[in-house]
Design a protein around this ligand. Structure first.
Ligand code: ACO
Length: 271
């Protein structure tokens, strides 16, 4: 499939999807929403993709929703607005958040409003120290809508979330790391090398274990202790079945055979 608003590159198990409207600071147009929705479906089943990286072209990660094409163009078209709003929330709130392989946001530059949902939906996020973030919605008279408020509620402490929701103040990549919006920040020049290094580390792990680890964490988060325990038991039984006992035979077996120390690194995958 060919895309106009995004770019897809595959290398050594790592697929990088670049939001690619640099002249509009990678703002999310309806077409970008359609293409992101389609590409996530494609990559979900793509064996070449073991880890997914999302970044932006040029000096922006993403300037949020396209204020013209997403909002203004639909101001008198409630049905179309509804349709595109649903798609916009679905690819980030569901497809990306529950993507069956690890996902990393590489926040290279400007990151505003709706782009927070994309960052939050990824499992991990690394920012350029120079990147500028902001919940700018209050500056044009609304509030962080869609899933943005939910995303920051999940990730940030109450004081930080409300501070940025109410003031619309900008902050940089270092501050984003301090408040837990991203894992850490590095100088922009090092960002993609750093993210690809992290992606390679993930690509070496057992993909079925990674998928189960995400599901146990993400879906278990809202469960009580009893449900979470039952859920984890069900998932380890499923994992054992799908892996044909690999973690016990190789993971535990190689430890028992004194071939490695799991505290210090991963077992050697055979076959
Ligand atoms: N929607 C539509 N177009 C946008 C958006 C956007 N969110 N952001 C930038 N653009 C367009 C500009 O209109 C401009 O287009 P033009 O060249 O045709 O005039 C082009 O991108 C470049 O933008 P500049 O403002 O000239 O770029 P600059 O680098 O100086 O500033 C910045 C970047 C700070 C991101 C600025 O464009 C901005 O404030 N954008 C809006 C950010 C925002 O508030 N996003 C939240 C949207 S609401 C939501 O997501 C829920």
């Amino acid at each position: 499939m060919t895309y106009e608003t995004i770019k897809v590159e595959r290398q050594d198990g790592i697929t990088t999807v670049t939001l690619n409207r640099p002249e509009k600071r990678n703002a999310m147009s309806p077409q970008m929403h359609r293409e992101m929705s389609a590409v996530l479906e494609e990559l979900e089943l793509d064996d070449e993709t073991r880890v997914l990286v999302i970044t932006g072209a040029g000096d922006a990660f993403c300037a949020g929703q396209d204020l013209d094409k997403y909002f203004h163009d639909h101001k008198d078209k409630p049905r179309e607005m509804e349709r595109i709003r649903k798609l916009s929330n679905e690819w980030r709130g569901a497809k990306l958040r529950l993507f069956p392989k690890p996902t990393i946001a590489a926040v290279n530059g400007w990151c505003f409003g709706g782009a927070f949902t994309t960052v939050a939906a990824c499992d991990l996020a690394v920012a350029a120290e120079e990147a500028i973030f902001g919940l700018s919605e209050i500056n044009f008279g609304v509030f962080p809508g869609g899933l943005v408020t939910k995303a920051v509620t999940d990730l940030l402490r109450t004081r930080d979330a409300l501070y940025y929701i109410l003031t619309g103040d900008q902050f940089d990549g270092r501050r984003a790391a301090e408040i837990g919006l991203v894992n850490y920040a590095v100088p922009r020049q090092q960002l993609m090398a750093e993210v690809h290094g992290l992606a390679r580390k993930l690509a070496e792990k057992n993909p079925l274990s990674l998928k189960a680890a995400k599901e146990v964490y993400k879906l278990g988060k809202s469960m009580g202790w009893d449900e979470a325990f039952a859920w984890a038991i069900a998932k380890i039984n499923e994992l054992t079945l799908l892996q044909k006992g690999e973690w016990m035979e190789q993971g535990v077996g190689q430890f028992r055979g004194k071939q490695y120390k799991p505290g210090l690194g991963a077992y050697k995958k055979k076959g």
